[in-house]
Write a protein that binds this ligand. Structure first.
Ligand code: FAD
Length: 380
């Protein structure tokens, strides 16, 4: 596999890097500390084209290729996992609309989602339902040309500011996906505060009390909600989290290289201690391997290869584990300073931990990957 970047991908990385350094880096620590993304940063993200970068060009999106989108996500993830998570949920939900929405639905929602005028969030998890998504308890009942939706969704990333939600419910036991407006009557949006990592992601709990949703807002057919709509969205989400995690590893490397060059103990710089050098080497290997898996997944997605979904799961599983490992070592290498909040490494560790939970925990990916291994993909 040739993973050399094209000139345009290289240029795109440079643009993304300059943009994140200028517009996001000065805010990242504050977003984490205060547990909120300020409106000014949200406006920048909405306006800069990142939200719609991978969405269809004919609807106003950027239509960029998978590698370029991965590079963009890595660069944002390197600087600020909260804003990366906004890109993740917006893109995965909008991709589900692009894939399962009929012509009218696409025309109604995609132009605003491509431009960032509107933000869409993904509402699958519930207080009692996480990994086993098939067991969702939110109910829809038929009421003429509408559904009545009741139930609770929890941990909804950027649910506090989203204009639309892709919501999953059961209609007589069959999963359906609906696009719901935030100002729908009967929908109450409550903040989930003080989350451990990705702290600026403005999580919400959504309470649906007989919310009337017109049937023309259903994505796909009855029964397709989880297996098709949610899974396609989650596949996009995993791709994004894999690249974002790779960005965290790079941030750890950046921080540790700088710290080990500057910090002295016993008259020597940390970088001159062999055991510190081992940690730097391991981080570099983790970063290189994660990035290679992400590139591989991007190339397979680009040519719509049948194994792309499993290779994306593989990349997400590896990159999120590696990010936790790198961030744990980064905190350790910074000693007491690493625990102080004066350096960014404790944020990286908290953000990496969340990456290992969202879009499927490590265990859920292990189960899927074990089934994949039994099909002997490595013989291809
Ligand atoms: C910061 C953050 C943002 C989030 N954003 C969103 C969002 O935007 N939209 C949304 O819908 N959800 C969101 N979530 C929820 C997330 O998707 C769930 O947390 C995740 O799916 C895991 O579910 P759970 O937390 O209920 O854990 P559980 O499913 O209860 O799992 C608990 C533990 O048991 C293990 N486990 C579960 N089942 C199995 C099994 N079959 N075999 C072995 N081990 C198992 C898990 O791996 C885990 O270690 C978010 C969560 C966080 C923390």
């Amino acid at each position: 596999m040739d993973i050399r970047l094209t000139d345009s991908q290289r240029a795109y990385r440079e643009t993304a890097r300059q943009f994140t350094a200028r517009e996001l880096a000065p805010w990242a620590a504050r977003i984490d500390r205060e547990g909120v993304t300020p409106p000014s940063v949200l406006n920048v993200i909405r306006g800069c084209g990142f939200l719609g970068a991978a969405l269809p060009q004919d609807k106003g999106g950027g239509g960029i290729d998978e590698v370029s989108y991965g590079i963009l996500t890595e660069e944002v993830g390197r600087v600020c996992s909260s804003t990366r998570s906004l890109m993740t949920v917006h893109n995965m939900s909008a991709q589900a609309i692009a894939r399962f929405g009929d012509h009218e639905q696409q025309e109604r929602w995609l132009p605003d989602l491509c431009s960032g005028r509107k933000v869409v969030a993904f509402a699958l998890s519930e207080p009692e339902v996480g990994s086993a998504a098939d067991a969702i308890e939110t109910k829809a009942t038929s009421d003429g040309n509408a559904f009545r939706v009741s139930g609770t969704k929890k941990w909804i990333t950027y649910g506090l500011i989203a204009d639309l939600f892709v919501v999953f419910a059961k209609l007589e036991g069959a999963p359906i996906a609906l696009v719901v407006d935030r100002d729908s009557e009967g929908l109450r949006i409550e903040p989930v505060t003080d989350i451990f990592g990705v702290r600026g992601s403005m999580l919400a709990q959504l309470h649906f009390d007989e919310v009337r949703v017109r049937k023309e807002r259903q994505l796909g057919r009855v029964g397709m909600g989880i297996r098709f709509v949610a899974n396609v969205a989650l596949d996009h989400g995993r791709f994004s989290v894999a690249w974002g995690s790779t960005g965290i590893i790079q941030a750890c490397l950046d921080a540790c290289v700088a710290y080990s060059e500057q910090r002295r103990q016993a008259g020597r710089r940390l970088k001159d201690f062999q055991l510190i050098r081992r940690q730097l080497a391991n981080m570099l290997v983790d970063h290189t391997a994660s990035r290679a898996l992400c590139y591989r997944s991007a190339c397979l997605r680009q040519r719509r290869a049948p194994q792309a979904t499993m290779e994306t799961s593989l990349a997400k599983y590896h990159a999120s584990m590696a990010a936790i490992r790198a961030a744990t070592n980064a905190v350790h290498m910074h000693g007491a300073n690493g625990c102080s909040g004066e350096y960014p490494v404790d944020r990286y560790l908290r953000d990496a931990t969340v990456s290992g939970i969202v879009e499927g925990t490590h265990e859920i990916h292990q189960l899927a990957l074990a089934s994949y291994a039994l099909r002997r993909p490595y013989l291809d």
